[in-house]
Design a protein around this ligand. Structure first.
Ligand SMILES: [Fe+2]
Length: 434
């Protein structure tokens, strides 16, 4: 079935492109930061982190390792918990003024995404912030071919940003997140020390774990790359290129990891095996979706974070309104996969099996339902909010949520099933509570 999924289509893509950074994983590997930065030719580093991590042992370890390698560093920590244009503008000024020859980021997705974009805007300023974003929102200005070398050290088990050429930023004026995507944003090296996850609060592990689960599930069920139009200029082949044999490989393993370890990792900080596996799974899922694109799960999460009001989440030191990224994705996921399963039932069935769904009485035609039930079970067992109602939305919000998310056009087109505005409204309406 794997081969059939990638059957050639008329005028469809016949090639796919994979990009991942040099990658190091293991307990204690943060101590390699100095040697690795030196290996990348860095002598004066901008270290990006956030205010909560600034005084942590992790940042101290990296700074000491840089010092021992003879590398000078300056710390930038003015990053909000959700990467936004204001953080990037501050970071860009820091880069522009600092005479750096490298960047090291230590943190979760927001830190890494801010570091990526700060280099872009600091070294190649835009007249308008949106210039580098894709139309219709932005001007689609071409990005430079080269930025500074970037060593990304992930401290949470979710975004996989250490392995992607994506930066997700909230644009304050319109309260909406949009994606910068370009090969130049890919870190040269990633360093993932799972010991960083030992101190994460349960709800942070749940949110980032659901993010990794959805990255894997969305890229495994995404439209096949052969069903996207062939791109005549190979250098313009989009990063959202659809499911392909590489993304399948990494996504399958990440789904197995989420199925086996998500609940354990959330419910016990002492379960190092589970938390280590989730860190590994997050990188795998990043390597997968960074080379295939996500689809409806992520597209529909943008409506949630755009329109959220009066809602907070335990475990995060941040003021309302706030719904962490992984939660904004998972609340609609059961409803989404009930909808998409009809277009790729075998893939949904396999994914359900990898996630350890109970398939005893379920056939391929029940794949969407089996997958949805398993996701709902994981949400319950980890204390995640129950659907959109759990993060403050009601039936009256559905049209506005759908109109907001409909702007994520390419991700929606990466869904295996054709999806219009009415379909999105129906998906949200069925996601209010489970
Ligand atoms: Fe995500």
């Amino acid at each position: 079935m794997g081969c059939q999924y990638f059957d050639p289509c008329e005028n469809g893509a016949d090639s796919f492109t994979i990009a991942i950074p040099r990658y190091t994983f293991g307990r204690g590997c943060l101590r390699e930061a100095g040697a690795r930065a030196a290996g990348l030719g860095m002598s004066r580093v901008a270290l990006f982190t956030d205010p909560f991590l600034r005084d942590s042992a992790y940042v101290a370890t990296v700074l000491e390792s840089l010092r021992q390698a003879g590398i000078d560093s300056a710390v930038f920590d003015e990053i909000t918990i959700e990467a936004d244009d204001a953080s990037v503008e501050r970071g860009a000024a820091f880069i522009a003024d600092g005479d750096f020859d490298g960047v090291v980021s230590v943190g979760g997705g927001s830190v890494m995404d801010t570091a990526k974009a700060s280099m872009l805007y600091g070294l190649h300023p835009a007249e308008e912030f949106l210039d580098y974003f894709a139309p219709p929102l932005g001007a689609g200005r071409p990005m430079p071919r080269k930025l500074l070398p970037h060593l990304a050290c992930a401290t949470t088990s979710g975004t996989g940003s250490e392995c992607t050429s994506i930066s997700v930023l909230r644009i304050t004026e319109i309260a909406t997140k949009f994606v910068l995507a370009n090969p130049v944003l890919m870190p040269q090296e990633a360093l993932v020390d799972p010991a960083c996850s030992d101190t994460l609060p349960a709800m942070v592990v749940a949110s980032t774990g659901f993010d990794l689960l959805c990255h894997a599930l969305e890229c495994y069920t995404a439209k096949a790359y052969t069903r996207w139009d062939k791109q005549p200029d190979p250098l313009k082949r989009p990063l959202i290129q659809g499911a392909n044999p590489w993304s399948d490989l990494a996504a399958r393993k990440a789904l197995e990891i989420a199925g086996e370890y998500l609940e354990r990792g959330v419910n016990s900080a002492a379960d190092h095996e589970a938390r280590d596996q989730l860190m590994w799974g997050a990188s795998l899922a990043g390597m997968a979706f960074g080379n295939s694109g996500t689809h409806l799960g992520h597209a529909l999460s943008y409506g949630v974070t755009h329109l959220m009001h009066d809602v907070t989440t335990e475990g995060y030191q941040v003021k309302a309104p706030f719904v962490p990224h992984g939660i904004s994705v998972i609340v609609s996921a059961p409803s989404i996969f009930r909808y998409t399963a009809a277009a790729a039932p075998e893939r949904h069935y396999e994914a359900a099996g990898l996630l350890r769904s109970d398939l005893q009485d379920a056939g391929v035609d029940d794949a969407g339902e089996a997958l949805a039930r398993r996701i709902i079970e994981l949400m319950r067992k980890t204390g995640a909010p129950n659907g959109l109602a759990g993060v403050g939305f009601g039936p009256a919000d559905v049209p506005a949520l759908a109109a907001s998310s409909a702007r994520q056009a390419r991700a929606i087109a990466n869904s295996p099933r054709e999806t219009n505005l009415t379909d999105i409204e129906n998906i949200y309406a069925a996601a209010l509570s489970y």
